[in-house]
Design a protein around this ligand. Structure first.
Ligand code: NAD
Length: 483
């Protein structure tokens, strides 16, 4: 068992253990035992963080890009060095199996590397002039200003890493509010930046009551950008707050990803990839495949094989057993959400083939659950489950599969498996989502944009877009003389 660190807020250059609003318990979801406490920020502490970010912004944005690059790049190296320790704390806080926690931490270092490099690469452009009197038209991307970052618990290193590295690389100062359930993991990421030499006030961290914190920070005149990852409902609320002050806003929200499985797909590889990916992080992944649309000719075989594979997964407390393949859900609220969803099943809502009921405690364990033939209008097929539940429905024509896939307002990720080039082309063109992967599930690499459309939010993180999201466009046009 790893030691759990003391959770502290970072305001300016000070690490603060005492919250003006008291403290909140941190619970290991596998044992339901308290493992630590996190301070809850008061409005005065939030004001101090705002002042620190406001003061740091002109200095950090004026720092030569190459120096920003060196500091951010060094943070990535420190993250790699500390990955094993950080992954252990992540498992304690949210139950993620060790191999997945380690892969997330190491992968995030690569992501930080890429975004650090953007500081050196982004130089703006010159635009040809329209008259002899004009000398130059220069378009540059300027850092937008202090950015407020809100991140959830399901990827407590990867999601903050994208936001912090994109913002710092562009020259913004930041205040981060990590999820209440996983503060220490995210704090350990922040320590990499501080130890890499990040100047005082450029990165601040606060914890506490999410609604109070978001309202207070977003309303401040110091704040120029808001970036949120989490549910569609909260994303909408924060978008409204940002719009009130005409502040730039990026939202990475929920999804309900369809997977179209054609008859020509390589069956064995496809079903293996689907079962492994569906239950990664106990299904608590915004791009998790959740709506399996399977060609009728292979439907029965797919349901049987998928359910058999899902039942073989080893479930348990990953903080004491490295061979665990699926951990608990993040908190008791997720168990209630799964039980609620199960109560809605039966008849046209779908039949439970395997799983379906929470495991006896202690711990928030819910088994891999497979539901056959839910109607496209059922709760399971229309509301994001955000847990280890898969709905599988048959389709007769590829056009029908696309119609079901595109029938929701969500549009984060969509997947398809097919052996036909024509079908692959058709699906790539007609599926409606921010990210589409055909014959694989990997939509999150450092170099490519990650983001959704519709109720899944707007704006992208990672890739060049992950840098540009923290900038605004400026035109400088110069004439030889007054006209
Ligand atoms: P929740 O809404 O209680 O919390 C989700 C996250 O949102 C937490 O980190 C919380 O701190 C934050 N949050 C909540 N209210 C906030 C506010 N007013 N201001 C700022 N931040 C706020 O839900 P939950 O039960 O913990 O998680 C399930 C829901 O969250 C699902 O709808 C799921 O889609 C969504 N979620 C999405 C992602 C993602 O990666 N897109 C990650 C985690 C959770």
């Amino acid at each position: 068992m790893s030691a759990y660190p003391t959770v502290r807020m970072l305001i300016g250059s000070e690490w603060i253990e005492t919250g003006g609003e008291g403290a909140m318990p941190i619970i290991n979801p596998a044992s339901e035992k308290e493992i630590g406490r996190a301070p809850k920020a008061s409005k005065e502490q939030l004001d101090a963080a705002l002042a620190a970010a406001g003061e740091a912004f002109p200095k950090w944005s004026g720092t030569p890009a190459i120096e920003r690059f060196r500091i951010i790049r060094k943070a990535a190296d420190l993250l790699r060095e500390r990955a094993k320790t950080i992954a252990r704390v992540m498992t304690l806080e949210m139950g993620k199996p060790h191999a997945q926690a380690l892969a997330e931490t190491r992968g995030s270092a690569d992501l930080i590397d890429f975004l650090a490099e953007e500081a050196k690469r982004q130089g703006g452009r010159l635009v040809p002039v329209r008259s002899h009197n004009l000398l130059e038209q220069r378009v540059t991307q300027e850092p937008v200003g202090p950015a407020i970052l809100f991140t959830p618990w399901n990827f407590p290193i990867n999601l903050p890493a994208k936001k912090i590295a994109g913002a710092l690389s562009a020259g913004c100062s930041t205040i981060l509010k990590p999820a209440e359930t996983t503060p220490a993991t995210t704090q350990m990421l922040a320590e990499c930046f501080v130890d890499a030499g990040l100047p005082e006030g450029v990165l601040n961290i606060v914890y506490g009551d999410p609604a109070m914190i978001s309202e207070h920070l977003i309303a401040s005149d110091i704040t120029r950008k808001v970036s949120f990852t989490g549910s569609t409902a909260v994303g909408r609320q924060l978008g409204a707050l940002a719009a009130q002050g005409l502040k730039r806003y990026t939202s990475e929200l929920g999804g309900h990803a369809p997977v179209v499985i054609g008859e020509s797909a390589d069956f064995d590889r496809t079903v293996a990839a689907c079962a492994a990916t569906k239950f990664r992080n106990a299904g608590q992944v915004c791009v998790s495949p959740t709506r399996f649309l399977v060609a009728r000719g292979v439907y029965d075989k797919f349901v049987t094989e998928f359910a058999a594979r899902s039942q073989k997964l080893k479930i348990g407390d990953a903080s004491v057993d490295d061979s665990v393949e699926m951990g608990p859900l993040a908190h008791g609220g997720r168990i209630s959400a799964m039980q609620d969803l199960m109560a809605s099943l039966g008849g046209p809502e779908g039949e439970i083939v395997s799983g379906g009921a929470a495991l006896d405690g202690p711990g928030h364990f819910f088994p891999p659950t497979v539901v056959a033939s839910p109607s496209p209008s059922s709760r399971l097929m229309t509301e994001e489950p955000f847990g280890p539940v898969a709905g599988i429905v048959p389709y007769d024509t590829i056009e029908e599969a696309v119609e079901i896939a595109n029938s929701l307002r969500y549009g984060l990720a969509a997947y398809a498996f097919t052996g036909s080039l024509d079908e692959s082309h058709y699906l790539g063109n007609s599926l409606r989502a921010g990210m589409i992967a055909i014959n694989h599930f990997a939509v999150g690499s450092p170099e490519t944009p990650f983001g959704g459309i519709g109720d899944s939010g707007f704006g992208s993180e990672s890739g060049v877009e992950g840098y540009l999201g923290y900038t605004e466009t400026k035109l400088v046009t110069v004439a030889k003389s007054a006209p």
